[in-house]
Design a protein around this ligand. Structure first.
Ligand code: UT7
Length: 330
């Protein structure tokens, strides 16, 4: 029997208008444009402004654009998945709000929380539903409003993050040479001490003390995360390439999570990959967590060809990490 695979049949993104430049950050924390550019590769990031506007606002915009450009009737969507660590509320799921916002009234929905690896974990989850043969149209969104959990008094962290959303449509294919081929995913909670948000969950519910201690912001100890990110992503790329007998020349593009240009360069070097075939847009958007990979695919969409081999890779809080090998479908 021919194997059913999941294919990405459309991609779209949304970025809020407001540009938070390095220059503006100089007026907020003790930093400077030169340090940020040379240490991270970031020039500006987008920020979602407006009282009461959460991650779903961006997810809905990205998803609406996607449904329109792929001529998809929202009522045909059977499942909506949203990867995010900055859901509008603790519950209900942001995917639920996105489904309502786009009119996906026949879908069920849920969120995936894998921090910066969210796009990989969600994509593999969606892919399994398609491969089961029971689902034909899945809307998958990676979206984060990082500005809502960034401490603008912590100069080592606040310069990194931005807001954004990316959405993909997943459909089944039996065509040879397209679709999601393989995934290598891992998680290890021994990394929790280096990257987490302490309060607001059931272990430390919100209180005056947690607010005063600034525990509702993302905490990061950058150096150990940097090291683990480089080794985790290069190892995942190597594993996926080896078990699919792929050489560097076989791969059209590596699509890495955008956390720091120096991490991306180190991963490319360790995996022996020329930087010309590594997608980088961190300078424009910073780290948008679950949205970085779909925003890269969106930015590069016109340069991708059917059958191109892509390796997506990410590393994030948890720790979580991995790589997905897919053949571009259109
Ligand atoms: O996506 C989720 C996973 N996250 C990541 O992958 C992020 C991984 N980590 C990183 O990208 C980097 O570790 C950072 C960008 C967070 C920090 O860069 P670094 O090269 O590791 O710098 P550092 O923390 O070792 O700090 C070097 C110096 C320190 O000063 P001293 O102690 O050498 O005097 C910092 O205080 O740079 C200082 N510094 C800054 N200076 C100006 C830290 N942040 C800033 C800043 N502006 N914004």
């Amino acid at each position: 029997m021919t194997k059913i695979r999941a294919a990405i049949t459309g991609v779209h993104g949304y970025l809020p208008e407001y540009r938070l430049t390095n220059k503006e950050l100089e007026s907020i924390v003790d930093t400077n444009d030169e340090w940020i550019r040379t240490r991270t590769g970031i020039t500006e990031r987008r920020i979602l402004k407006g009282e009461g506007k959460g991650t779903s606002v961006m997810g809905i915009e990205a998803a609406k654009g996607l449904l329109e450009k792929t001529n998809t009737d929202p009522k045909d969507i059977e499942l909506v998945i949203c990867s995010t660590v900055t859901g509008d509320m603790v519950f209900p799921d942001t995917a639920n709000l996105i489904a309502k916002g786009v009119g996906a009234t026949n879908a069920f929905s849920f969120d995936v929380n894998a921090a910066c690896s969210g796009f990989l974990f969600g994509l593999q989850t969606a892919s399994m539903y398609i491969e089961s043969g029971r689902y034909k149209k899945i809307l998958f969104v990676g979206a984060d409003k990082m500005s809502s959990i960034v401490d603008y008094q912590d100069r080592a962290t606040c310069i990194l993050f931005g807001d954004g959303a990316g959405a993909v449509l997943l459909e089944p294919t039996t065509e040879e040479g397209v679709g999601i081929q393989d995934a290598f995913l891992r998680s290890d909670a021994s990394g929790v001490e280096y990257l987490h948000m302490k309060a607001g969950g059931s272990a430390r519910p919100p209180s005056i003390e947690t607010v005063q201690a600034r525990e509702h912001y993302a905490f990061q100890n950058g150096r150990p995360v940097f090291k683990a990110a480089v080794s985790g992503m290069s190892d995942a790329i190597t594993k996926v390439m080896q078990r699919n007998q792929l050489s560097v020349d076989d791969v059209a593009w590596v699509v890495p999570h955008q956390a720091n240009i120096r991490i991306i360069e180190s991963v490319a070097r360790m995996a022996d990959f020329p930087l010309e075939r590594v997608m980088v847009n961190i300078q424009k958007y910073g780290n948008t967590t679950a949205a970085t990979i779909p925003l890269c695919l969106w930015d590069w969409e016109s340069r991708l060809n059917k059958g191109d081999n892509l390796i997506l890779t990410a590393f994030g809080g948890g720790f979580t990490w991995g790589a997905i090998y897919l053949k571009w479908a259109y």
